[in-house]
Every structure is written in structure tokens, then in C-alpha cells.
Design a protein around this ligand. Structure first.
Ligand code: LMR
Length: 399
């Protein structure tokens, strides 16, 4: 029956972990998937998350189903974290929100909602490059996917002029996906002034902004600062939708905690949108898992734990910044003639090295350093113990 099923390729990101696991080299380094590691290279469960989980277990809560849109204390707090305590949209009850299976699930619900109800052309423009899964998520939601300029190969920075010109060139009313902060894979974010100009261009084109905020807190170490773009767009009169993930900033990866929300113009609109989100979610997975959402809710709603968590997020962001500087220094100490400023200029979990697909393949084959083919490395996988070997490996290949 299944003889005609073609063999599919391994996943661009998660496939790297498989290749890494299969390598017997004890010195191997995995910089593929974006998952935070401590300086010993071990997965990190945030102490605030552990405390929250302990409280939840001790409370011996029941395991009844959540509603279709999830744990309300969680979604309420998630919206506040993203839109801010002074958000008029929240105060006026204009934000529809549902819990989701982390950021990917949020994007998928958003894609499905736009496919059903967005009044304009159902084309979403994503940056070139973008997270390897964006295109698949939106195509599977029934949207047409196009790209806009984002990255400048020559400067290994933002192609701001190209981005603005592409936004201006999109058919009126297009949907545009924006990485709210810590752009994945490039680590290149617009400045606040550039965001202001982007907001203006999006508005002039009558386009609809869809924010993906998978790294709130990870870019600057400050969750408010990282939400600047989203909040600025709303102040400027946009009514965006938003995918949120708590995988990275709470280290809740496998718990799959996220939220999809949509800013509407009136509480009546919100109610209608909410009803349709339920109709989308119910046949997909009925209702979301509760454990991770309860943890996130406790971390967000308990003032002491919240304060502790914000410190831990900053700690993760700071360690990454330190590793960027160390990698650059090690490359320079080796005598590399190349410019590595971009490693420290870029922010968030990833560095876009500028290495080609062939060089990345060589890096894996010859030195057991694993990362995605596009030249992205997860800086969160670098430690003070492996940075020297990593720099030597990169130097060997790039000179
Ligand atoms: C990544 O980009 O590595 C992460 O977002 C993990 C994933 O699911 O791809």
C-alpha cells in the first residue's frame, strides 16, 4: 500500500540532532537546534520553573481538560507579558488569545485563521532567510508563501533598504511575518528607528503584520525591550496577530507552551474571533496540555517567581553574549584574517556565521561540529570548555 510513499529528507534543524547523536566522536559539538545549554553543555531547567513545578505538584490539582483555548490564568499572563501592562488593547478587552502547542502551534493556528478569515489575498511574506519551519507551517495552513529581503550577505547584517523596498512592492493588504526580536536564523534585528520605518511602510501598504515572538527576553535580556516592535506597531494603529513561545525563555521546550493572540478593534470582534479560534482548534487537538501552562502561569503570576525568572532570562542572555565574545576572540587569537564582528553584533540565540553549505558540511565531517547548513550556529551550545575547539574547527575551514 505504501510502496509509492517517497522517502523524505531529514528535517533541516531537528535532523542535525540525529546526525550528531550518530557521531561517536567524544569531542563532538551540537550547535544545531536552538536549545539553551549551561556552561557545562547540559540542558538547563530554570530554578524558577522548578519551584513553580514543585508548587503545582504539591497542590495536587486534578487532570481535567482545560477549555479549548487552554488555561486562562496562563493566557491572560502571556498576553500581559507580550503586550505590556499598559496595553490599551488588553484593557479594552480587544485581544483574543488561545494557548497553543508552543510557537509552532501558534503559527499554525494563526495560519489557519488567516486562511479562513483574512479578507485580502492569502499570501504571507516571510523574511529571506527565516526560521526553516515557517514556510512549511504556512503552506500547510493553506497560505501562499513569498519572501521579502532581510539579510545582506556582504555586511552580514540587515538589508534595510531592500526590506523597505520589498514591503512597498507587495500587493496592497499582504500579510507580513515579522520576527519580533532575535531573528532566527540570522541574529540580525532592526534598530528601534528601523522598526518605526518598517511599521510605517507596512501601514502605507495596508499590510497585515503577523509577529513571531519566540525569544522574548533572549535578545536583550529584558522582556519589555524585546517586545518593542510589537508594542510600537500597536501604538501606531496596527492590529497584528502574534505567536508566542515559552520554549526558550522559560526553557519549557518539550512541555510545548505557547499562545496565539490577535488584536481586534472591539470586544465584539474579539468574541467572534475567539469563537472561530475554538472551531479551528477543536478538530486539530481538542484542547492543549495543561502541565506546562500551569508552570508558566505560576512563573508569570507569582511576583517573587516572576522576578526570579526575569533574572534567569537575563542570565541566559548574558551567557550567550559572553560566548559570542569568546568565540570571536578565539578566532582572532588563532590569526584568522576574516572579520568576525558580526558574531558579537548579532543577538539572540543564534549567530549567522556566513559559512557556506559546503563549509558547514566539512565542519561536521572533519571536525564533528554540527549546525544547520545555512551557516547558523546556536551560540547557546557553546561553552567555555568547547569554544577553543570550535574556533579551531571554524578557522581550519575558513582561514
Ligand atoms: C530552532 O530554530 O532551532 C528552534 O526553533 C527549534 C525548532 O523547533 O526548530
Amino acid at each position: 500500500t505504501w510502496a509509492n510513499v517517497p522517502q523524505g529528507p531529514p528535517d533541516a534543524i531537528l535532523g542535525i540532532t540525529e546526525a550528531f547523536k550518530a557521531d561517536p566522536n567524544s569531542e563532538k559539538i551540537n550547535l544545531g537546534v536552538g536549545a539553551y545549554r549551561d556552561d557545562k553543555g547540559k540542558p538547563y531547567v530554570l530554578p524558577s520553573v522548578l519551584s513553580a513545578e514543585k508548587k503545582i505538584i504539591e497542590a495536587k490539582l486534578n487532570k481535567e481538560y482545560a477549555g479549548i483555548t487552554g488555561v486562562p490564568e496562563f493566557t491572560k499572563a502571556a498576553a500581559l507579558l507580550a503586550y505590556g501592562p499598559n496595553s490599551a488593547a488588553i484593557k479594552e478587552d480587544r485581544v483574543a488569545i488561545t494557548q497553543s502547542i508552543s510557537g509552532t502551534g501558534a503559527l499554525r493556528i494563526g495560519g489557519a485563521f488567516l486562511e479562513r478569515f483574512y479578507p485580502g489575498a492569502k499570501t504571507i511574506y516571510i523574511p529571506n532567510p527565516s526560521w526553516a519551519n515557517h514556510s512549511a507551517v504556512f503552506k500547510d495552513s493553506g497560505l501562499k508563501v513569498e519572501q521579502y529581503s532581510y539579510y545582506d550577505e556582504d555586511t552580514i547584517g540587515l538589508d534595510f533598504d531592500g526590506m523597505i523596498s520589498d514591503i512597498k512592492g507587495m500587493p496592497e493588504g499582504s500579510i507580513i511575518l515579522l520576527h519580533a526580536c532575535a531573528h532566527n536564523p540570522t541574529g540580525v534585528d532592526p534598530t528601534q528607528d528601523q522598526w518605526r520605518a518598517i511599521s510605517k511602510a507596512v501601514k502605507e501598504g495596508g499590510h497585515y503584520p503577523f509577529f513571531d515572538m519566540a525569544y522574548q527576553g533572549f535578545a536583550s535580556g529584558d522582556t519589555d525591550r524585546d517586545a518593542f516592535a510589537l508594542r510600537h506597531f500597536i501604538e501606531e494603529g496596527h492590529t497584528p496577530c502574534l505567536a508566542q513561545s515559552f520554549a526558550k525563555n522559560m526553557g519549557l521546550y518539550g512541555e510545548r507552551v505557547g499562545a496565539f493572540s490577535l488584536v481586534t478593534s472591539t470586544p465584539e470582534e474579539k468574541k467572534k474571533v475567539d469563537s472561530q479560534i475554538k472551531i479551528i482548534v477543536r478538530p486539530l487537538y481538542s484542547n492543549p496540555p495543561i502541565h506546562g501552562a500551569r508552570i508558566a502561569s505560576e512563573v508569570l503570576n507569582n511576583p517573587a517567581l516572576n522576578k526570579q525568572w526575569l533574572g534567569e532570562v537575563k542570565g541566559m542572555a548574558d551567557r550567550i553574549i559572553e560566548m559570542r565574545a569568546l568565540l570571536k576572540k578565539n578566532l582572532e587569537d588563532l590569526g584568522s584574517k576574516k572579520q568576525w564582528n558580526h558574531i558579537t553584533d548579532q543577538i539572540g540565540m543564534f549567530a549567522y556565521t556566513g559559512l557556506t553549505a559546503e563549509q558547514m558540511e566539512k565542519l561536521a565531517k572533519d571536525t564533528s561540529v554540527y549546525a544547520t547548513k545555512d551557516g547558523r550556529i546556536s551560540v547557546a551550545g557553546i561553552t567555555s570548555g568547547n569554544v577553543k575547539r570550535l574556533a579551531e574547527s571554524i578557522y581550519k575551514i575558513t582561514g
